[in-house]
Write a protein of this length. Structure first.
Length: 123
């Protein structure tokens, strides 16, 4: 999917606004101290914005974004020290599945929406 520079700026601003509210230094320190690994509530809010499925092709229920949109979101998550699995879930897993797996494998591996928050369980 191709979006305009203005839409990309809106995407960046939406992620920035959420992280400014929910990913303060105190929030990051709290997640580190609890040992949970990541902030599930914050990740669910990012899922509501479509972040986990941003690179997933739209035919699989994702947003079908590309490198420019990835850069915008990655920069904001990095700047905020996001305590959530953005790179591992939204980037690496999606990229590996898209490159290596046939369509039936992708559909079977991801029966839920790619923008759904993680449950902590395997499908």
């Amino acid at each position: 999917m191709t979006i305009t520079a203005a839409e990309r700026a809106d995407l960046r601003a939406a992620v920035n606004e959420l992280l400014a509210q929910r990913c303060t230094e105190d929030d990051v320190r709290r997640v580190i101290a609890t040992g949970d690994g990541f902030d599930r509530d914050l990740w669910a809010q990012l899922a509501d914005q479509g972040v986990p499925g941003m690179l997933v092709a739209d035919r699989y229920g994702g947003m079908g974004f590309g490198a420019l949109e990835l850069e915008a979101v990655a920069e904001e998550t990095g700047k905020a020290l996001l305590p959530a699995p953005f790179i591992s879930s939204a980037v690496l897993t999606v990229t590996l599945l898209a490159a290596a797996a046939p369509r039936t494998t992708v559909s079977g591996c991801c029966p839920r929406s790619p923008t759904a928050p993680p449950s902590g369980r395997s499908p």
